[in-house]
Design a protein around this ligand. Structure first.
Ligand code: NG6
Ligand code: CA
Length: 496
């Protein structure tokens, strides 16, 4: 049975089936763009997107790390309902179900051509130990993307190769790839044994010292595939060229392009022409590269005459972190730049800095030059686009995704009634209140220097007067604590 969840929003854009480009940054914080208050870094292209559309101030990734946020984006299901949706190694099997609705399938069902270009990090194949040298399946193509040009996990994890549709790009069959996360394979040097070969020093205690590729120690061991290995300085432009070409080829059909950048995730190794450009170290340089890249996408949209029929969304998969495994000067040179803006915590944190991220949207039918405080989450895009495109969602699927097109397009700022936030512990935002459940998990991440937000006591913050979550007012408001704890309890009991 199908659940027809769409509201009467189909005619909202004035364009039949607008193209949609979803640009997903990796570890970009709420305070990292000049449109969100950064003063030590200028991001003119993203500022232009903000001017031409809506800038959200209460938009969230579902989680404070990558894999779970991306799982939620794809499936419309809170990742904490599902085992195995934490940060995945590079050899993980596919965790997105192939027999359920996904965000790209919503578009595909509506007659769109769909593509993912960039970081995937949701696993490939059906087993951990897999043959990287032949067809690798299932993956993005099996969950709704007609075309995929990805790297499998993160830039700091092996295998450091691109996969186009089901095959490693540029692979020489005489030099097959082997990947292992448990034990060394092959004879390539490791960062642990050969630190003198590194151009980026691994942070003590954080790993990132296994197989060296392009002078950078990675997480995991890899042998073979030498000609197929990426050069970090070229990763971003490789994705960009592919995206520009994709848009050109598909300009006459409606398309959905999920463009998933690696910036400013570690290892930050921007193209040489961006190195040193920001005065904030490679992290800042990577953000400038990201901004330039977005500018190229915006220009291409205009050049192809697609501006009045293309919706562009820009956001990030989780909050910021400065030292996430490499000593690239982000901590020292980043002094004075507040990557999470006024928010507390960052990547890995249940404080707002973990999941509240920049979110910009522009395009036909979307108000220009607005700021919206609506509470929205990336998990809601599935149901919202399903409503816009009059696509049914099978009963019981994408059950955490809410149809909020009227908020996403600036018609109202109602947003969600409440949102569950996810790091090691869970939190709830409702109205101006933020509740964080008691947790035995560590309050502080020593290696990354992150306030994780966990506490054995219940926490309650009034975000309207205390955006930085400094004053825990739980004891003064037991009724609100109970109401929000009840919401969490009720949500936990719901079955996926
Ligand atoms: C962590 C890594 C970090 C980064 C992160 C994934 C260690 C000590 N740290 O486990 O470097 O790779 O995973 O980032 O291994 S994410 O944005 O893809 O979630
Ligand atoms: Ca991330």
């Amino acid at each position: 049975m199908l659940c027809l969840s769409f509201l009467n929003v189909g005619a909202q854009t004035g364009v039949d089936r607008p193209n949609v480009i979803y640009i997903y940054a990796d570890d970009l914080g709420y305070g990292d763009l000049s449109a969100y208050g950064a003063t030590r870094i200028h991001t003119p292209n993203l500022d232009r997107l903000a001017r031409e559309g809506i800038r959200f101030t209460n938009a969230h990734a579902s989680s404070a790390t990558c894999t779970p946020s991306r799982f939620a984006l794809m499936t419309g299901v809170y990742p904490w309902r599902k085992e195995g949706t934490g940060i995945l190694p590079g050899d993980a099997k596919l965790i997105v179900p192939t027999d359920q609705i996904t965000l790209p399938k919503v578009f595909k069902n509506a007659g769109y051509h769909t593509a993912i270009i960039g970081k995937w990090h949701l696993g490939l194949g059906t087993t951990v130990s897999k043959d990287w040298n032949h067809e690798i399946s299932p993956g993005p193509n099996e969950v709704g993307f007609d075309y995929s040009f990805i790297f499998p996990a993160t830039a700091d994890r092996v295998p450091t190769v691109f996969v186009e549709n089901h095959h490693v790009l540029g692979l020489d069959s005489a030099d097959p790839i082997e990947v292992d996360y448990a034990k060394p394979v092959g004879i390539d040097p490791t960062g642990k044994d050969h630190p003198e070969l590194l151009k980026l020093t691994s942070s003590p205690g954080q790993g990132h010292n296994q197989t060296i590729v392009n002078g950078i120690g990675r997480i995991g061991y890899m042998s073979g595939g030498h000609k197929a290995r990426w050069v970090d300085e070229e990763v971003s432009t490789s994705f960009l060229w592919s995206a520009l070409e994709y848009m050109k080829v598909h300009k006459d059909s409606p398309f959905f392009l999920y463009f998933s950048t690696t910036e400013p995730h570690v290892p930050r190794m921007p193209a040489t022409r961006f190195k040193g450009k920001s005065a904030l170290g490679y992290r800042g340089d990577a953000i400038l590269q990201l901004d330039w890249t977005v500018g190229q996408i915006l220009d291409q949209v205009e050049l192809l005459g697609l501006k009045n029929k293309t919706i562009i969304i820009f956001t990030s998969d989780n909050g910021p972190v400065l030292d996430d495994g490499y000593q690239d000067s982000a901590v020292v040179l980043g002094q004075g730049h507040k990557a999470a803006g006024p928010l507390r915590g960052g990547k890995y944190s249940i404080f707002e800095g973990g999941t509240r991220v920049p979110f910009l949207i522009s395009g036909p039918g979307i108000a220009a030059g607005q700021t919206s405080g609506a509470l929205v989450c990336q998990i809601d895009l599935l149901a919202s686009f399903a409503a816009l495109l009059k696509q049914a969602i099978p009963n019981g699927e994408a059950s955490d995704s809410q149809s909020l097109w009227l908020s996403f397009s600036g018609k109202n700022d109602r947003g969600r009634e409440y949102l569950i936030e996810h790091a090691r512990s869970l939190g709830v935002i409702k109205d101006t209140w933020k509740y964080i459940e008691p947790s035995k998990a560590s309050p502080y991440g020593r290696l990354t220097n992150t306030e994780l937000g966990n506490s054995k006591k219940p926490q309650l913050y009034n975000l309207s007067s205390d955006e930085g979550e400094v004053q825990n007012v739980a004891e003064a408001h037991p009724d609100i604590v109970k109401a929000l704890a009840d919401i969490l309890e009720k949500e936990r009991k719901k079955r996926d």
